[in-house]
Design a protein around this ligand. Structure first.
Ligand code: TYD
Ligand code: MG
Length: 459
């Protein structure tokens, strides 16, 4: 009889502990530890010297470029790094209801025009999937190669894939799958991992391209997609505000392409449509949409993957009535905000210790790059002064701890995009100043925060 040991596995990060605790010692999440059975090490075989395999010189390995398969949904192909890859495993994460199933069904329908594909649904019945296809305007009668399987048992799914040999398989979602070889419930870390590992092995063995859907959950009842990130080739996340029509698909890891690519979609009543020119989407509708008309608003030029985009940053600074003033960020890193407030205090003499500070990136977009620092700082300052920034102003640049303004990558592209959208002034780091003037754009290049404040007359 195998020696069965229990351990407690965190549903958020997958870390294991021997004893139950209220808080996961690895990721500090609360109430996420679930009891699971671990196989004891004695069951594992020890390799002997005779088992050794020959390592090969890398030059002797024949490596060919992987075959690509376009989904013909341009925005999606771009985030994938040029389409799906045979034998590749893609994980698409996102909040429930954000559009994962919709996008993948649309993509499969496109691929099914020439290749056989399989949509494995663990959440919806085949009839529900067919109904969705109808709603999306997919002529399923003309697509005999688009097949649906409503099933949650891993072994049956693997056997079906091996029998049907489709080119692409979508599994919606990985959290509903289960394998009877494990005793834990579907959605637990061990089930999710084991099922994903089984499908990954199948993909590598048979060359089928696998797309896994993973729901991001806030509480620990389901294991999140994070526990799978290391296993798969590509990780994409859906972002965006479910209340707005726009959805962003961002690549976080891609063994076959660039990361931080961004696909922009609009949710319509007939599914997701790609937005080909998204650069002006994330400006608020205030005034002329070019920023600088209301206090506390500053437009930044961000570079998302291969495309520059204009995003409005809004700030509200208000007297705090509690001992610990609040710092709340939506779409911007709160740690960086704290740092920028310290820089403001030290290098511009503007204290916020008794003020609540709220910062928001318009349209539910999330900005990771440090080049947003200058926009955040200026939006905060504009709110403190209750004075709008110059009309038609776009900015970018990183703010250093010494109050210096550091350059951002691909400055020229950002400036060109701002000019194209109709911005007339750009406040940028000195090192990003273009050699030749850009038509219609006045460029103010600064070296320090103090200089930027002086130039914008925010003293
Ligand atoms: P869905 O793809 O089911 O989300 P997920 O699989 O990520 O949970 O998307 C569901 C949402 O999208 C739902 O709230 C309704 C909306 N929707 C539309 O607005 N138009 C459509 O054509 C479809 C199919 C869905
Ligand atoms: Mg779904």
């Amino acid at each position: 009889m195998a020696n069965v040991r229990t351990q407690f596995v965190c549903n958020a990060c997958g870390g294991a502990t021997v004893k139950w605790q209220g808080q996961c010692p690895h990721c500090s999440a609360w109430n996420t530890l679930i009891e699971t059975r671990a196989q004891s090490a004695s069951q594992h075989r020890r390799a002997s010297a005779t088992d050794a395999n020959n390592a090969v010189a890398i030059a002797q390995v024949t490596a060919t470029e992987p075959q690509r398969l376009l989904t013909r949904i341009e925005e999606f192909d771009r985030v994938l790094g040029g389409g799906l890859v045979d034998g590749g495993v893609v994980l698409i994460g996102g909040d429930p209801g954000i559009g994962k199933s919709t996008l993948l069904l649309q993509a499969l329908a496109q691929v099914a025009m020439g290749e056989s594909v399989l949509y494995v649904s663990g959440e919806e019945s085949a009839a529900q999937v067919a109904l969705r296809a109808q709603r999306l305007g997919i002529e399923s009668t003309q697509l005999p190669l688009l097949k649906v399987l409503a099933e949650i048992e891993l072994e049956t799914i693997v056997a079906t894939i091996e029998a049907e040999r489709p080119r692409v398989v979508v599994v919606d979602s990985i959290q509903t799958l289960f394998t009877p070889t494990l005793t834990s419930a579907p959605g637990s870390v061990s089930q999710v991992r084991e099922c994903a590992a089984g499908l990954t092995r199948l993909a590598k063995r048979s060359g089928v391209s696998v797309v896994l859907v993973g729901h991001v959950t806030k509480e620990g009842s389901l294991a999140g997609p994070r526990v799978l990130e290391h296993m798969v080739d590509t990780v994409l996340y859906f972002e965006g505000d479910t209340h707005s029509a726009y959805r962003l698909v961002r690549a976080f890891k891609n063994r076959f392409g660039a990361i931080h690519e961004l696909g922009v979609f609009a949710m319509t009543n007939r599914g997701l449509r790609g937005v080909h020119n998204p650069s002006a989407l994330f400006l608020s509708q205030q005034g002329d949409g070019k920023g600088g008309l209301v206090p506390g608003s500053c437009v930044m030029v961000t570079q998302e993957g291969s495309r520059p985009m204009l995003v409005e940053i809004q700030a509200l600074v208000d007297a705090a009535h509690v001992p610990n003033p609040r710092r709340l960020c939506v779409g911007v890193d709160p740690q960086r905000l704290a740092m920028l407030l310290a820089v403001l205090s030290r290098h511009a003499g503007i204290a916020t210790y008794d003020q609540d500070v709220f910062v928001n990136a318009v349209g539910g977009v999330r900005i990771d790059e440090p080049a947003s620092d200058l926009a955040v700082t200026l939006a905060v300052l504009s709110s403190i002064r209750n004075r709008p920034l110059t009309r038609g102003l776009a900015v970018f640049g990183e703010v250093g701890l010494a109050g210096e303004i550091r350059p951002a990558a691909r400055g020229l592209e950002r400036l060109r995009e701002a000019a194209k959208i109709g911005f007339s002034t750009a406040l940028i780091p000195k090192a990003n100043a273009p050699r030749k003037p850009i038509e219609g754009l006045e460029v103010i290049a600064v070296e320090s925060l103090a200089e930027a404040i002086h130039q914008l007359r925010l003293r």
